[in-house]
Design a protein. Structure first.
Length: 630
């Protein structure tokens, strides 16, 4: 494209009609100009460019912006701004040291279509001379203090900052983590020397506006801005510059500050110096905090490992110990050094070692965690120690299996206590069974004695009384018999008990089942001995009464026993018969029957239940009670 025949400045005339664009470009605090890509003619400059290089519009850029150039600059970016088809491409960014005024610029070049259709180069060049000076100074300082870390680095940094910026005071401060409202200094320079650190509250100080925020400067009269800051008065300072420090996760860390008695000079250079210095200082504080955190974690872990009652260990892929905590000395008598390189199976009896090794092989093949693996080990003095082992697989950063890490707990005392308890329970169970057996035998002896005495009686009423007493004793003896033969010596299978009791009473009264049938409908229910004995006595009375009185003169019928639960989850027990029934005037609460009186007392007072009678063609008695144990 040839633009040589176009009048110089024509594009500028068209552009000047757009006053808003001109105002924006003139407001930029940087060199802004437009040059023809083919002729290098400068078509537009903003006010900053005119102030810096003079009125150079219409001139060639390589002549007016650089020194000692006889042709286009060798570093010209024109060829980098156009694509393969000659159309504008992306912005090109670069830095350059200008040969005309000696300043450094950060430059952005972009090919655009100018108002008259030409392809031109738009360049925006920001002056970074002060930043470059600061970088050079930082580079020199960094070489001198590059080997220093931590507090030593901070001391060197504040000394150099105070010297370079010619100020009386410089310090680096870290936020106090417990309240974030105060700062403790890490290094303080005063009059060219390192002095003691201090801690101060942020409220009412210029630092309050800096921490967690942005760089703040008060070039002069800072005391008037912050009259409540006593330190400013005591130090006699009038100028202040502070920059915030942030962690890698952008959390506020602290602050860098310089102060002086005189107004701050060359503020742009100081800001640039701070921006560069703050990165290294932040990194160092971050590193120190991380190191301190790691140290605290290691210490906590070490305290936990060394003071826990369990032995912590690590084994490699071959199950050889690579680590053992000091607790092994208390548990097995060995020092950690004595078992490193051995396997857990080396410390076990041969048969135990084979069994546990097979189990552990299954675990390692599956790469799964395991817990509560009980195993027997030799103590160094020859005693047998029972351990409970738990562990998790260990992998390296490349996800390769490296072994197991876990804990061993000494459960020898627990196992001994369990064995002793089991033995005690066995003995107690034996003694209780023996008590039930002897109680049953003694009751049977009493029944036998009553039966012998009954035979000598001539009075039929007395014989009946003796027989009733014998039946009551047998009902109690039967409870003890069931407990003696039961696996659970505290509960009675009441369905089985009632069936045996009813059959025993039928035999006692010598009734043939063809005459009076026994019908039983019972759910499987167990009763505690506290309720089984009184309930058995009540059932003895009700069944005996039915057998004696419900079927006179060889009357046939049926006795029906029902055992189940109510909707309220209480036990419900009913005895009914198809006999002659009770007299119409019968009232259970006013009955003179000794057996029914005893039954009512047992149900209501001892079993805390309800005893009821339902009138009808036969007799029907029901008891309801709860067998829940406190």
């Amino acid at each position: 494209m040839n633009n040589t025949n176009k009048p110089s400045g024509s594009a500028l005339s068209e552009a000047s009609e757009n006053s808003e664009l001109i105002a924006i470009l003139d407001g930029i605090d940087a060199v802004v100009y437009v040059a023809d890509i083919e002729t290098y003619e400068i078509l537009y400059i903003n006010k900053y460019t005119k102030k810096t290089f003079g009125d150079i519009k219409g001139e060639l850029c390589w002549k007016s912006l650089q020194s000692n150039q006889t042709g286009p600059c060798y570093f010209c970016t024109n060829d980098k701004l156009l694509g393969p088809e000659g159309k504008p491409s992306d912005t090109y960014q670069w830095e350059f040291h200008n040969t005309k005024n000696g300043h450094w610029y950060s430059i952005q070049d972009k090919a655009i279509t100018w108002v008259d259709g030409r392809i031109v180069r738009l360049e925006i060049a920001t002056n970074i001379t002060e930043r470059k000076k600061a970088e050079n100074i930082i580079f020199d300082i960094s070489k001198k203090i590059s080997s220093k870390v931590g507090i030593s680095y901070f001391k060197s940094a504040v000394l150099y900052m105070a010297d370079v910026l010619k100020v009386k005071y410089a310090f680096i401060g870290e936020l106090v983590s417990d309240n974030m409202k105060s700062v403790k200094t890490l290094a303080v320079c005063a009059n060219g020397k390192i002095v003691d650190n201090i801690q101060y509250e942020l409220k009412g100080t210029p630092c309050e506006n800096v921490v967690g925020n942005k760089l703040c400067s008060y070039p002069d009269k800072v005391q008037q801005e912050f009259p409540d800051d006593i330190l400013l008065q005591q130090m006699g300072v009038n100028s202040y510059l502070g920059a915030p420090l942030f962690s890698a996760s952008n959390e506020p860390l602290g602050i860098i500050v310089v102060l002086d008695e005189d107004p701050l000079e060359n503020l742009d250079f100081a800001r640039a110096l701070f921006q560069i210095f703050s990165d290294r200082v932040s990194s160092e504080i971050d590193r120190m905090r991380s190191k301190e955190m790691i140290h605290e974690r290691e210490q906590r872990f070490r305290d936990l490992v060394e003071n826990t009652s369990d032995w912590i260990w690590e084994v490699d892929e071959s199950a050889k110990y690579t680590y053992a905590s000091p607790k092994i000395r208390d548990i097995l008598g060995y020092t950690p050094e004595e078992i490193i390189g051995k396997t857990p199976f080396d410390l076990m009896p041969p048969e135990e070692a084979r069994k546990v090794a097979d189990k552990f092989r299954e675990i390692t093949d599956s790469r799964k965690s395991f817990s509560d693996l009980q195993n027997t080990n030799f103590h160094k003095d020859g005693r047998l120690i029972t351990l409970e082992t738990s562990g998790v697989p260990v992998y390296d950063r490349n996800s390769r299996f490296r072994g197991y890490r876990g804990i061993d707990r000494d459960i020898t005392a627990r196992k001994n206590a369990e064995s002793l308890l089991k033995e005690t329970i066995t003995k107690k169970d034996f003694l209780l069974r023996e008590v039930h057996h002897r109680t049953k035998n003694n009751m049977n002896v009493i029944c036998s004695m009553l039966a012998i005495h009954e035979k000598s009686l001539q009075n039929e009423m007395m014989k009946s009384v003796f027989n009733d007493v014998s039946n009551r004793i047998r009902s109690m003896a039967l409870v003890h018999e069931k407990l003696y033969g039961s696996e659970n010596i505290s509960d009675v299978d009441f369905k089985e008990y009632l069936t045996d009791l009813a059959n025993s009473l039928f035999n006692n009264y010598r009734l043939e089942l063809e005459k009076v049938a026994l019908r039983i409908d019972m759910q499987p229910i167990t009763l505690s001995i506290d309720n089984a004995v009184p309930c058995g006595l009540v059932m003895n009375e009700l069944i005996s009464n039915a057998l004696k009185h419900a079927f006179p003169d060889d009357k046939t019928g049926e006795i029906h026993i029902i055992l189940g639960f109510t909707e309220a989850d209480e036990i419900k027990l009913t005895v009914l018969d198809t006999g002659i029934g009770m007299p119409p005037e019968f009232d259970l609460n006013k009955s003179e029957s000794f057996g029914l009186k005893i039954s009512k007392i047992l149900v209501e007072k001892q079993m805390h239940g309800k005893f009821s009678f339902a009138p009808g063609s036969g007799a029907e008695f029901t008891i309801c009670f709860s067998d829940k144990q406190d």
